[in-house]
Design a binder for this molecule. Structure first.
Ligand code: HPA
Length: 275
């Protein structure tokens, strides 16, 4: 007898709770951005511990629940809480979460996160649209045998950050009335923030933002054919770029400040999707 994989088990559990609901967008809410979930209408809340293969999140600002509901009339599977490598080796959990969205029916994977800016022109409280990444986590969620059911062994990463979705995001930002700089997100393992020397090195490599998440999710999402969009809430200038000490509390504070813009942007984006 073949074993039913966790993404199918988790999707079955979610479907049993909200029968007939097929989400179009899987939306991941990053550090301090969880409040966005309150805007979902007709929302059904499922704690991660009711979803086989899902993680129990340990980080302040990450609630650990899946919400199924609507934003701007678009059916959404909203993940409040993600996994980070700094919590321990979690490849299976990253794969299970993202693939569950796929099995539920999502076509778009939209991730938000909090990150440090390597650019003085993109200050805390602003948003940055991610158009590429540099994986400096020293690991990869697709290590090990390939799960043929979800995708092929080798995954192309050109245009991983969907150009058509980025265009819609720019249009939405323009209509709302703020500029949306694009940049390259560099992912580190964490949990410590970087040294100033690391930040200087990362700038030389071509990074515009630095953070401890998202890249592993994007890799799994591309492997299983989801279209990807990522927007960072800039919570601080990166290490060595200002006199301010970088702290998790500061991250949550500025993520909170960016929530209003993030909310407007996501709503504007969804209105333009024509689902
Ligand atoms: N570095 C890494 N991760 C982060 C940062 C940072 O400066 N800000 C928010 N998350």
């Amino acid at each position: 007898m073949t074993q039913i994989s966790f993404p199918h088990q988790a999707a079955a559990a979610a479907k049993a709770i909200k029968p007939g609901f097929i989400p179009h967008v899987g939306l991941v809410l990053g550090s301090g951005l969880g409040g966005l979930a309150d805007l979902l209408t007709d929302a059904t809340i499922i704690p991660y511990d009711e979803l086989p293969g899902f993680p129990i999140s340990t980080i302040q600002g990450h609630a650990g629940r899946l919400l199924l509901g609507y934003l701007e009339g678009v059916p959404i599977a909203c993940l409040q809480g993600r996994v980070h490598y700094y919590e321990g080796a979690q490849n299976d959990k990253v794969k299970n979460i993202v693939r569950t969205l796929r099995v539920l029916g999502c076509e778009i994977f939209f991730a938000t996160n909090a990150s440090g800016s390597l650019r003085t022109d993109v200050e805390p409280g602003n948003l940055m649209l991610i158009h590429d990444h540099i994986n400096m986590q020293g690991t990869n969620p697709l290590l090990g045998p390939n799960d043929d059911e979800f995708g092929e062994r080798f995954v192309g990463m050109e245009n991983a950050y969907d150009p058509a979705l980025r265009k819609i995001l720019h249009e939405a930002a323009k209509e709302i009335g703020f500029s949306l700089p694009e940049g390259v997100y560099l992912s580190v393992l964490g949990p410590m923030f970087e040294t100033p020397a690391e930040i200087r090195a990362f700038r030389t490599l071509g990074a515009d933002a630095v953070g401890m998440s998202t890249v592993s999710e994007v890799i799994v999402a591309r492997h299983c054919g989801l279209r990807v969009a990522v927007v960072s809430a800039i919570t601080n200038l990166a290490s060595g770029m200002s006199d301010e000490q970088i702290t998790h509390d500061g991250t949550l504070h500025f993520a909170g400040q960016a929530t209003e813009r993030m909310t407007l942007l996501i709503n504007g984006f969804l209105r333009k999707l024509n689902v």
